[in-house]
Structure formats: C-alpha cells, structure tokens
Design a protein around this ligand. Structure first.
Ligand code: TEU
Ligand code: CA
Length: 543
C-alpha cells in the first residue's frame, strides 16, 4: 500500500526561531501562519513542528509541563487550531513533536509524584533508593553528569536521561502509557498529520540493568500505542532513533508489524565522530564512508521499511558548514547537498533555513550560548581541565545553537525575524543569505529545493525508483542510479573542492533533470567534474 507520507517533503520548524510577530524576540504560532504562503511556494506537504506545548524551557520546549496547552510565548490553542486549518487549506499537514520519554519536573504528574512515596503519581516516574548513600548506579545523563537526581522531600533518587528538569516517565506503568495515548488522541482529534517521536528508542529502558536504548519492551509499547491511537488513520509517524541499524529500523517500520511509518537513523550523522567518544570529538569526514552508509540504508530496508532522508535538524550543525563549503562554494555545495539527498528513496526532511543555505554561527564566549547541552558540557569539561578555546571550538563545530539561530527572512535588522531583541543572535551573514534575496535570484538554493520537491510530485521514479550506487568512481564522486519501470536517472555529484574525472556508465544520455552547473552538462564519455558539480540526467538502456 502506498501512503501520502511517502510522496511528500517535510519541513521542520523550530518555532522559537522561525518568525516573531509581537516583538518579544521569540517566534510564535502567528509567525508560522504568516509564513505558510512561503512554505506553499516551496512545495512542502507537511510541517514537523518542534514542541509548542507549555514548558519552562529548560530544553526549549522538550521539557513539557502540559501536553494539552500551548506555551504562552507561542500563542493560544485557538491559534494552534488556526494553524492546523490554514495549513490544511494549503495541503500541508502538521506533524507534532511527541516528547514522552520524559516530562518537565513542572508537569503536574511530577509535582504530585514527588510529594510522597504513596502518591498515586509516584510510579509515573522512576525512583530508586540510594546505594551506600550514593547514586543507585553509574548511568549518566546525555546532558552531562549523573542520570540520577536526589529528591530531598521523599529521600529517593529520580531518573533523568536528559536534564534534571526532565524526569523520565516510567513506561512500565500501564497508567503512564494510557495517559500518553489519551493525550495523543486529543491531538489526533484536532486534525494533525502525525507525530515525530522524540528519543522513542529510550522508552523501553531498564535502568536497573543499565539498559537505556532498545529495551526489551520497546516494540510492544509501540504496537500498543499504534492500536490505541494512530493505527489505521494513515498518519505520518517518525521515530527519533539514534541507535538504529537497518535491522532495527525494520522492527519499527515494517508495515506488517504496525508500529511507525519510518525512523530517523543517524549513522551518516556520526561520520565525523570518533567511535566510543562523545559527539564533541571530531575526525575528518570521508565521502567514501558516506557512500557506504547511504547505500546500505537505501538497499537494505526493501519492502520492510521506509527511509527518512535528512542532513539537518534543531540538534545538528548546519550541513553547508559541516560537509559543504560555506565560504568558496556556498551556493554550489548547498545545491549539491540538496540534489544528492532528495534524489534518494525515502521521505526528505528540510530543516528551516536549509533551503536558503543558512550556515553555522560562530561564538567567541560561552555567554553567547543558550543550548543546555553545550553549556553543561562546557562547565563539566572546563572543570576537568580543558581549555576554553578547545571547548568553544567544539561548540562552534557541533553545538546545537548552530541550527537554532533565527530564520533569515530579509536584510532588515535582525533579518526580519523580530522587531525586538532576538532570544538568540541572528547569524551576521543575514544581509546576504536571506529568503527575500533567494526568492529574487532565479539561481538561488531555494529554487533548487523547490524544483526537487516539484520533481517528487511529478515523477514516480523519485519516490519509488530503486537505488544503485556507481562503484567505479573517484572516492569523492558520489554517483548513483534510480531505476523505475523503463526509466533510469543518473545522479552525479562531485563532493569536493577539487576537480575529478568521471566516466559515464553505458546508455545514451538524455534530458538533464536538474543541475547546479551554469552551462549544459558535458557529454563526452569521460568528463571533468568541477568542484561541487551536481546534476541528474536521464540515461537510456545499457546497450
Ligand atoms: O534529542 C535526542 C538527543 O539525544 C539529543 O540530545 C542528541 O543527543 C544531541 O543533541 C546530539 O546532537 C531529542 C531532541 O531532538 C532534543 O532537542 C532534545 O533536547 C532531547 O531529545 C530531549 O528531549
Ligand atoms: Ca513572539
């Protein structure tokens, strides 16, 4: 069976940084509504909206204190309903962020739970006694420090895989699961298009056995959730699963198992990291490895799963700065990254600003950093003796604020994001890199994305075609075929700052489908690719 979510491109909005309308420096729902025409022009079919629920913002909305209320800074429930409706009128569905591994410590469930050991909500969370007046065990928080926090009132520790203000829910408790399902149905009844499920691979944790991801009951919970909520409603459900291999991804997304539509896997994202070390330790990125990872995912899921395709999200540095070239080949490399990814099989995701080539933002002092993950790491490592310079270099390379600077709409002060003071500084290159400029220039990165989205709507080969890597190329040339019925498309990209020669595979070259070259593509049997060249061309039969 074919589904709508296999044929669309999804656009992620980080509401805090998208568009402010009331001058408080914080993006809001009214701002999103005001930009729907822009998104319609881009051509997307769904928006993944990062959390908009009530939250004390310890982790910018990923710490939720009421799942059924809208954060005051963002607007009202009426505006949320208006957004769902206004988007629907433009054939855009709203996919909500479902953050149910943990709540805020200011959620009513936790306020109750910490009152006393016999409180009816106590078991909504994970409490353990101290062991020899120390932590229950040595599990660590992903945001630095121990995963256990002592609570003076009831004299036990509670478990938190993220910040101390994000206590983990106890999924082993059926009452927790039912409360989550009820909340999901509340939103489904409002007409949303689905859920992006935050760190969903952690809900089956068994802290006592030091199992955090891929716990033993994980898939039972997801099957139960499917049946109790979105099952049979054809919604888009995408799980955030950092530890997924293709085998694990099939467990989530094999249609026969009735769990999720797809997962976000992060194997490619880890290619400039060092195995066994934190994301803050980097090594050089190699195209050869990228080819291996993408090819594995493109070929191994088969009919038992569906890929999501992404370079960016609100946790990741900007791809054009990370693996493209944001100085000498800014536009060209941004277009290559778009073409390479969007021509693959799966559902592509665009993170706000990616479509105009937004870049990383360099900071020179920790006071400029808002992100809790970066700040905690900095404090911990500074205390451990690392230098400020080393730590800021790591934050500039990998820190989450890189992706969170305000959306660059135009060249007016603060990039047209706010009339006030933005909550996080706008990247200084906004006078050149902005939406207004991109819309004026017919050769901008924006129009490459728009065209790729259009092709996906018009050309079944983009959605359903098989993928085949070309192996006889230079290491830095990433080239593959898509094959569908009697059609073949050849995708050619030179993922580097140097020229490389390239020999076409057998078959007559046909029409150019999309390209970032200023001229027609060269058509000799062996050609020289210039740095960051990328194009797609029809390829006739191998005769
Ligand atoms: O992210 C999961 C997560 O593990 C990230 O913190 C990740 O490890 C890190 O940022 C690496 O870049 C999700 C959300 O996407 C993130 O924004 C939240 O902070 C986190 O869960 C907790 O809800
Ligand atoms: Ca605002």
């Amino acid at each position: 069976m074919r589904h709508w979510w296999q044929e669309v491109v999804v656009y992620q909005i980080y509401p805090r940084s998208f568009q402010d309308t009331n001058g408080d420096g914080i993006g809001d729902l009214a701002g999103i509504i005001s930009r729907l025409d822009y998104l319609q022009k881009l051509g997307i079919g769904a928006i993944w909206l990062s959390p908009v629920y009530q939250s004390p913002n310890d982790d910018n909305g990923y710490d939720i204190s009421d799942y059924q209320a809208i954060m005051q800074e963002f607007g009202t429930m009426a505006e949320m309903e208006q957004l769902i409706q206004a988007a629907k009128e433009r054939e855009i569905r709203i996919v909500l962020d479902l953050v149910v591994n943990h709540t805020s410590d200011e959620h009513n469930w936790f306020i109750e739970a910490r009152k006393a050991k016999d409180n009816p909500y106590r078991d909504f969370y994970i409490w353990r006694d101290p062991v020899n007046s120390n932590y229950p065990n040595d599990l660590k928080s992903i945001f630095s420090g121990p995963a256990w926090q002592y609570d003076e009132i009831s004299q036990q520790y509670y478990f938190h895989l993220f910040s101390q203000k994000q206590p983990d829910l106890n999924w082993a408790n059926p009452a927790v699961r039912q409360a989550v399902y009820d909340m999901m149905n509340f939103w489904i009844d409002k007409g949303i298009g689905g859920f992006r499920m935050d760190v969903i691979d952690l809900i089956g944790k068994v802290p006592d056995e030091k199992i955090t991801s891929n716990g033993p009951n994980l898939h039972d919970y997801l099957q139960e959730m499917n049946q109790a909520t979105f099952g049979g409603k054809d919604l888009l459900t995408v799980g955030e699963t950092w530890g997924a291999t293709p085998e694990i991804a099939k467990l989530y997304s094999d249609p026969a198992r009735e769990e999720l539509s797809m997962v976000f896997q992060f194997e490619h994202i880890g290619l400039d990291e060092v195995a066994g070390q934190s994301k803050w330790v980097s090594r050089p990125f190699q195209i050869k490895e990228l080819k291996d990872v993408f090819t594995k995912w493109q070929t191994e899921l088969g009919d038992q799963g569906w890929n999501s395709l992404f370079w960016n999200n609100h946790d990741l540095p900007r791809i054009v700065s990370r693996w493209g070239n944001d100085t000498d080949y800014h536009e060209k490399s941004a277009k290559l990254l778009a073409i390479l990814l969007h021509c693959m099989k799966g559902t592509p995701y665009i993170y706000q600003g990616e479509e105009i080539g937004m870049t990383n933002h360099i900071v020179t002092d920790i006071t400029e950093v808002e992100d809790i993950e970066s700040r905690n790491m900095y404090a911990e490592q500074l205390a451990a003796g690392k230098s400020k310079e080393t730590l800021l270099a790591a934050i500039n390379q990998k820190g989450r604020d890189n992706g969170r600077t305000p959306m660059q709409w135009d060249a007016s002060p603060n990039a047209g994001f706010t009339a006030g003071t933005p909550w996080l500084a706008v990247a200084p290159n906004y006078s050149k890199i902005n939406v207004m400029q991109a819309l004026r220039d017919p050769h901008s990165v924006f129009y490459t994305y728009q065209k790729l989205i259009h092709l996906r709507k018009e050309q079944p080969i983009m959605v359903w075609g098989d993928y085949k890597l070309l192996t006889e190329t230079a290491d830095d040339v990433f080239s593959y075929l898509r094959i569908y019925e009697d059609k073949r498309w050849l995708i050619v990209t030179n993922f580097s700052n140097a020229p490389h020669s390239f020999t076409y595979p057998k078959g007559a070259l046909g029409k150019v489908i999309i390209s970032n070259l200023a001229t027609d593509i060269p058509r000799e049997p062996t050609i020289s690719l210039e740095p960051w060249d990328a194009f797609v061309v029809e390829l006739g039969e191998e005769t």
